[in-house]
Design a protein around this ligand. Sequence first.
Ligand SMILES: NC(=O)c1ccc[n+]([C@@H]2O[C@H](COP(=O)([O-])OP(=O)(O)OC[C@H]3O[C@@H](n4cnc5c(N)ncnc54)[C@H](OP(=O)(O)O)[C@@H]3O)[C@@H](O)[C@H]2O)c1
Length: 247
Amino acid sequence: MELSEQTCLVTGASRGIGRGIATELGRSGATVVVNYRTSEGDAYDVVDTIEDVGGSAIAVQADVSDPNHVEGMRDRVHDAVGSVDVLVNNAGITLDTTFREMTWDEWETVLAVNLGGAFNCTKIFYDDISRANEGRLINISSVIGKQGHYGQANYAAAKSGLFGLTRSLALELARTGTTANCVAPGYTRTEMVESIPEDIQDSLREEIPLGRFAQVREIAGIVAFLSSDVSSYITGEVIDVNGAIDL
Ligand SMILES: NC(=O)c1ccc[n+]([C@@H]2O[C@H](COP(=O)([O-])OP(=O)(O)OC[C@H]3O[C@@H](n4cnc5c(N)ncnc54)[C@H](OP(=O)(O)O)[C@@H]3O)[C@@H](O)[C@H]2O)c1
């Protein structure tokens, strides 16, 4: 993919899928903003990796669930690299427990990061992406948003909410030429999945027709495609990358 004209902001890019997306966009020539919340050292490693492959990147701390943080991030991004063309709302967390045991705080925190974070970043970078030449909004949802999952009512509700948010924004952004799409990964090898007990990982793997978890690069490549000009007629879609677990 050729992205040398694009400035891309990836939220939650210090680790896991976000790290892979940021690195892939940088490798494709984009100027990349690597957002992180707490993992500062990891975020600067991502910047170094992008610079090592000839790209350009900056790291910016912000908790996406806090609109004041996101406004501060926008100001720092504008000062450092100018307006954002591609916004990838990737930051996400899980706080798994059965619905019966779930506290109000566990519900609100997961909604605030996974869905509220996408709202905050899209709201605050809306003018950037809608004024860009073929801007892009890409929300990282999950197969759990389609299927639901035992012990993940908060996470499933947030990830499902991203589908409606994305489709509505696809309609509102269409006249500007900016597209809005979701990527819905299945289980992907990151700390989020590696924190699941081994025996449960084994039983999850057995449910996947392809017989394995996704690699981060298999998600990152789809985001690079959606960021590029060859995807300019795809909008309002959910792209499943899940090894056929939902069939
Ligand atoms: N792994 C999977 O199997 C899988 C499957 C489907 C969908 N997803 C989705 O893919 C995305 C990435 O998941 P992952 O597995 O890569 O997770 P991960 O390895 O746990 O990494 C999460 C990233 O999000 C950042 N983050 C968390 N809360 C944040 C906040 N409030 N503000 C800013 N950044 C925040 C973290 O930054 P710090 O470390 O700096 O706090 C970290 O960079 C999530 O939206 C997740 O729901 C993952």
